[in-house]
Design a protein around this ligand. Sequence first.
Ligand code: SF4
Length: 324
Amino acid sequence: MTHPRGAAVGDYRAPLFVAWQLTNRCRGRCLACCEESGPGKGIRQGGSWQAELTKQEALRVSRDIAASGVSYVAFGGGEPMEVPHFWDILSILSKGGVRIKIETNGGTIGRSQAKRLSALGVSSIQISLDGPTAREHEALRPGSSFNKAVRAVRCLAEEGLGPEVVFIPMKRNVGQAVKVYRLAASLGARVLATGPLMRLGRAGAAWKELAPSAGRWRTAVRALKAEAARAKAGPKLSIYPWGIQREIETRLEHPQAMVLVVPDGKVKLLNALPFAPGDLRRHSLAQAWTRCLGAWRDPKVRAFCRKAVKDPGLLAHANECWPA
Ligand code: SF4
């Protein structure tokens, strides 16, 4: 059966969407960090990324992305906004017409940074708030500052950037979801984004201690929906519908036109999978994309995915980089 051009990922000569982890360094040591980021995590020993891309390499990759027709780049971390050449990367992408999303703890965003982000036309900025007070937020996100995150959301809202507040549900805070929604509303957030806890990184390693039961999560979702309906003009609710194993299952059958670039330039299929078929130190983005498409068809990759859907133990390899 034929399909129209653009209906299958193989029709594209480059991904439409690039998720780019610029660094693993972060002031935070969040209990549920799915990338295992934190202070001193710039160089990871023992098999994963060994050294971050240099400024020169990162700018070359940015130009390659802009020239390849990529629609959207989402920066995550570690803390992307503390990478010294972050603004240079943004400038290249913005001039190249690439839409930009940033996931940040908000620690560096005040009024002037909000204006700068606005001038660059950044489309989406997400800041995590895992509790309605400093005590509750910082207990789950040690090293992060509640006051700075709140200030960042407020400054971005004042600048008309429509910030998104992200809430990660854990045993200790799942009952606080509505309070966080109300806080996000009071700060002028455009969206409250949440979803089931992802069984990856530190969240995966401490799953029993951290993960709320399915029942408590369902209750929180119901309460959030009721609150959003009641608030009417409050932030839009965006609830990711499934956990990471269902995500793998879905992507296996329907790969997206996306790749994940990790701090040393390796190109992975998905944050939950260890396969890294591309390397932007050696390949262009188009070459890395072709290699990723091939990897999705590789019987070994497919067998691993099918196994990981049933055996969460395999998710412990998510932050590794295996050649594929
Ligand atoms: S702020 Fe984000 S990147 Fe940093 S440790 Fe927390 S979850 Fe991880």
